[in-house]
Structures are given as structure tokens and as C-alpha cells.
Design a protein around this ligand. Structure first.
Ligand code: FAD
Ligand code: 2HG
Ligand code: ZN
Length: 475
């Protein structure tokens, strides 16, 4: 069933001439994912520029039973921001809700609308000598509303937590088209249920986030970056413990990367591999703090020298300049694009306790090699958070279609090990359309039922991104 002409006309009227797109060519980018081949169809992209307009549009959709797919920067990795095929859903893009409503450096907060691009929030914070610590490869296009709705992680979680821990208040349009003004800039507030946390990570299924009050932190003065070749993932975990033991809370990024990630970055994007070693595992790390510039270098080198002696580390490059540090990080930040070009990675976004990551990798690699000898290991991720992107690529000579057909069995191999280790099938990317079946497979009936009850309470008309996170009702 497509959206009726009458409903489309009402929505266009409420959005005003600049507030919608209905030309298929203009709509196409909103229906095309960064990666992964999701197909999306819609007759209309709504582009409201005020919260009141969002509310008015949602009210029409609730009245007419028209499903709405909220969309930010469309960089999500699970198809959550794309409509289903068939053309019976409208997209509500937050791109024009892009004002920074205020910055309070003495309260360390910034209030931004949902459509502000993450990099712009970071720049605004820098403008008042503060840091907004959320950092991911998509920072130039993802929007804060999308970040909040996926509870985004990225490379600084090890120090600052995921975006949930950076939020003080939210403004949300509910499934009934009411505005909940929860834009409080308070660090302590126990007056009733903490509703903001219901909407964070809900992937647009419980409400449309229109603005947020975000916490800022001190802007670090000192930064040291190192690429370290480690004996194995266990050695990497031990290195993290040694760094924290010696220096405290200065580790702001701690990423594990298989050497193949560097080889593929060389082959696809022309990066130079900065390290000659052929050992499989490397760590890319950042230490930051308020110390005077250079102060963390010597303690870092000492920890690395001790780790070398203990056999945990076999080589290390400590960046000699900001430019060298940035070049190292570019190889890491480009991984999503590298892997888009390199083959067909079957993507996983798992988490286990940090101490069990080596166990996870050893078991998953052994099981995968038994089942698919010669497949290309392409494992990397946020080791400091126990979050690994386990993205095996097809063995040489395999047709991509043959590899893609193995997605189900490969998911079962990987996710069964994750479940056995008490982990999660998605640490930061969310469920969207990609992981619906896996979620239902691994969550208890009690948890799925609680989620369904929440969905019914917050979205009684079932118009907010139906069929994402939870299977469509009855499914
Ligand atoms: P979209 O893709 O537009 O939407 C994502 C979900 O949120 C959808 O379900 C959508 O319906 C919903 N949504 C969007 N806006 C709203 C709103 N205002 N209200 C309610 N629901 C809404 N993710 C990480 O966590 N860590 C990483 O390190 C990381 N690195 C990445 C690197 C690259 C190169 C790319 C392309 C992606 C990466 N991602 C990463 C994934 C992605 O960038 C994040 O999920 C990001 O938070 C999505 O933001 P977006 O604005 O693009 O949201
Ligand atoms: C990252 O950490 C992103 O770079 C993308 O979360 C992960 O490409 C992926 O699977
Ligand atoms: Zn990631």
C-alpha cells in the first residue's frame, strides 16, 4: 500500500514549499546507503526546519497511519534510516534542523538541534576551548540526532563513554505528535523516570529527537599517538592494563587492527603501510590529557620499552608530530571505506568483556578457518571497549554472491561464540534492519516482550520507523 495522494498533499502543505522533496532524483540519495545494498523507496522526503513543524507532520502521519522513517546523515550501518521497499513510508530528514541554540562554557554544555553535523558540534566546542568527545569516521556527515538515536560509540569511548554518557537533556517529538521539552542542562535530576535514556539508542522507533543538551569536557593540551605491533590480542589487552596502571585515565583511544587492514588500505586507498613487520596484530592508541605538551611521551615510551622486554610488544612507532599522528589515524578512520572497496566483508559489531576479546578472536578465527579455509581476516575495532568489528572477506576466487549467501551460517558461528562469552551482537551500530532476526534469536522472550510493550506505549499508532529494531507487529 502506498501513501495516498491526499495524505501526501496534506504533508506537503504542512511542510511548506522548502520543506519537502518529491522529485525521484532529489530523493535518491536519501534512499541509498553508504554501503551494503539496502533498497529504500519513498514518495516523499520531509525536511522540517522547526520542532513545531516536526510535530505537525507527525500528527498528520499518526492520524493517517503513515509510517515515518527519521533520517539524519544517512551514515548508519544497519539500514535503520532507510525506508522499506514499496513506497508506503515517508522519510523525515533532520538536515534543516541544524541550529546550535547555545553554548555555556561555564556549565560545559552545548545545545544543538538534531541535524547539526557532528564535526560542526566539535568545532563549536573548540571555539570555546572545550572538547565534544564523540569521534567517528563519519563525523563530517553524521548528525547528532542520528548519533543519539544509535547511541554511537567511535574511538574515544574508552575514555569518555558512548554518546549516551554525553547527554544531559533532550527535546523529542512523540509518536502522537506532542513535543516533550526535556532540554535540561542539569547534571543531577532524579525527578521521575529518566526519559531521555529511552530515546537514546532507540533508532527512531520511540520518538523523533529534535534537539539535545550535550556535555563538553576540557580540551586536552597534550596528545601522544603510537602504532604498536603486539604479540597477539592478549598482549594488547595487557598493554592497555599497563598503560592505565602507569598513567591513569589518559588512554583516550585504543584500537586493535589486523595487519590485513593496513594491506587493504594500501591496495584500495593508496595509504602507505607505516610498519614493516609481518606480525598479524597492531594497536593504534592515543593518550591525551591536560599535561604540558610532550609530557606523556616519556612515560609512554617507558611502558612500551617494558612491554617489549616482557615480549608483549615487538615494534612501535610513537608519532613524532601531529601530522604523523593524523596520518596513522587516517588509516584507521578509512577502514569502513577500505572495506567497502576491498571485497564483501560479512560485518559484525560485537562486544564482549575486554578481558575476553582474545578468547573471542581465537575461537571465531578457528571456527571460521575450519568452515571457510582461506577467507581473508579483516578484524579491527575498539579493543578498549571490548567492541570488535569482525568482518571476514571472501576467500580468493569466491564469487561475492556465494559469500553473501553464507551470511546466515557465518553470523551463527560468530554470534554463538559471542553469546557464549556473555557478549552483545551489536555494540554500537544498532539493530536497524540488519540484525532484527539475530536480536530475536539471542534475546530472551522476556526482554523482547518488554521492548514490545515500550514500543506500544511510546508509539501507539506504530508509525515511528516500524520494522526496525523489533520485527513489524505480528512478526
Ligand atoms: P542515520 O544513518 O541517518 O540514522 C541512524 C538511525 O537513527 C536510523 O534508525 C534513523 O531512523 C535514526 N534517526 C536519525 N536521526 C534521528 C532523530 N533525530 N530522531 C530519531 N531517530 C533518528 N558508528 C559508531 O557507533 N562508531 C563508529 O566508529 C562509526 N564509524 C563510522 C565510520 C564511517 C565511515 C561510517 C560511514 C559510519 C560509521 N558509523 C560508526 C556508523 C554511523 O556513522 C553512526 O551510526 C551514526 O551515529 C549515524 O548517524 P546519522 O546521522 O548518519 O544517522
Ligand atoms: C569503525 O569503527 C566503524 O570504523 C565502522 O564502526 C565499522 O566498517 C565497519 O564495520
Ligand atoms: Zn566502530
Amino acid at each position: 500500500m502506498t501513501v495516498s495522494d491526499k495524505t501526501l498533499a496534506r504533508l506537503k502543505q504542512a511542510a511548506g514549499p522548502r520543506g519537502y522533496l518529491d522529485d525521484p532524483e532529489a530523493i535518491a540519495p536519501y534512499c541509498t546507503p553508504f554501503r551494503d545494498g539496502w533498497v529504500g523507496e519513498t514518495p516523499l522526503v520531509l525536511r522540517p526546519d522547526t520542532t513545531e513543524m516536526v510535530a505537525a507532520l507527525v500528527r498528520i502521519c499518526a492520524e493517517t497511519g503513515t509510517p515515518i522513517v527519521p533520517q539524519g546523515g544517512n551514515t548508519g550501518m544497519t539500514g535503520g534510516g532507510l525506508p522499506h521497499p514499496g513506497g508506503d513510508e515517508v522519510i523525515l530528514s533532520t538536515g534543516r534542523l541544524n541550529r546550535i541554540r547555545g553554548i555555556d562554557p561555564l556549565n560545559d554544555t552545548i545545545t544543538a538541534e538534531a541535524g547539526v553535523v557532528l564535526a560542526d558540534i566539535r568545532s563549536a566546542a573548540e571555539g570555546v576551548d572545550r572538547l565534544f568527545p564523540l569521534l567517528l569516521g563519519a563525523q563530517g556527515s553524521c548528525q547528532i540526532g542520528g548519533n543519539l538515536s544509535t547511541n554511537a560509540g567511535g574511538i574515544n569511548v574508552v575514555r569518555y563513554g558512548n554518546v549516551r554518557s554525553m547527554v544531559l537533556g533532550l527535546e523529542v517529538v512523540t509518536g502522537d505528535g506532542e513535543v516533550w521539552d526535556g532540554l535540561r542542562a542539569l547534571r543531577k535530576d532524579n525527578a521521575g523516570y529518566d526519559l531521555k535514556h529511552i530515546f537514546i539508542g532507540a533508532e527512531g522507533t520511540l520518538g523523533i529527537i529534535t534537539a539535545a543538551v550535550l556535555r563538553l569536557v576540557a580540551r586536552p593540551r597534550e596528545r601522544q599517538t603510537a602504532l604498536v605491533e603486539v604479540a597477539d590480542p592478549q598482549a594488547a589487552v595487557e598493554l592497555l592494563a599497563r598503560l592505565r596502571g602507569a598513567m591513569g585515565d589518559v588512554v583516550s583511544a585504543f584500537e586493535l587492527m589486523h595487519r590485513n587492514c593496513f594491506t587493504l588500505a594500501t591496495r584500495t586507498l593508496g595509504h602507505a603501510d607505516p610498519m614493516p613487520g609481518q606480525r598479524p596484530w597492531r594497536v593504534l592508541l592515543d593518550l591525551t590529557g591536560q599535561q604540558p605538551p610532550g609530557a606523556l611521551r616519556e612515560p609512554l615510551e617507558e611502558v612500551l620499552a617494558d612491554a617489549l622486554e616482557a615480549g608483549l610488544v615487538s615494534d612501535a612507532i610513537v608519532a613524532a608530530s601531529g601530522a604523523q599522528a593524523d596520518a596513522l589515524w587516517r588509516i584507521r578512520e578509512d577502514q569502513a571505506e577500505v572495506q567497502r572497496q576491498a571485497g564483501k566483508g560479512i560485518k559484525h559489531d560485537i562486544s564482549v568483556p575486554v578481558s575476553l576479546v582474545p578468547d573471542f578472536i581465537a575461537r571465531a578465527d578457528a571456527a571460521m578457518e575450519r568452515a571457510y579455509p582461506g577467507h581473508v581476516v579483516c578484524t579491527f575495532g575498539h579493543l578498549g571497549d571490548g567492541n570488535i568489528h569482525y568482518n571476514p572477506i571472501e576467500p580468493p576466487g569466491w564469487e561475492q554472491a556465494r559469500w553473501v549467501a553464507e551470511t546466515g551460517p557465518i553470523n551463527r558461528i560468530v554470534h554463538d561464540i559471542v553469546a557464549d562469552l556473555g557478549g552483545s551482537i551489536t555494540a554500537e551500530h544498532g539493530v536497524g534492519r540488519l540484525r532484527l532476526a539475530e536480536l530475536v534469536h539471542y534475546k530472551s522472550a522476556v526482554e523482547i516482550d518488554l521492548m514490545r510493550r515500550l514500543k506500544r506505549a511510546f508509539d501507539p499508532a506504530n508509525i515511528l520507523n516500524p520494522g526496525k529494531v523489533l520485527p513489524a507487529q505480528g512478526g
